[in-house]
Ligand binder design. Sequence first.
Ligand code: ZN
Length: 86
Amino acid sequence: MLSCKDISHLASDHIDDNLSLLMKIKVKFHLFICHKCRDFIKQFRTTVKVIHQINPLPADQEAIDLQVQNLIKAKQHIKPDDVDRS
Ligand SMILES: [Zn+2]
């Protein structure tokens, strides 16, 4: 099973739909059981959308990469006890 850290590393490919079928299933399963990662992916999608709205010509890849790195760093500070296993 994927860890929360795995999800943070796969978030960009997940949102861009660049994962294999098996990896998509693994990510979706993790998101099904972990509300922290669902919230993370939701925030991640919103951030990417806002960046594209602010700078639609063409996307500032450096700004996106910086935001992605900040989200990944923030996500990695979530303690394992914070993972929702219900
Ligand atoms: Zn998780």
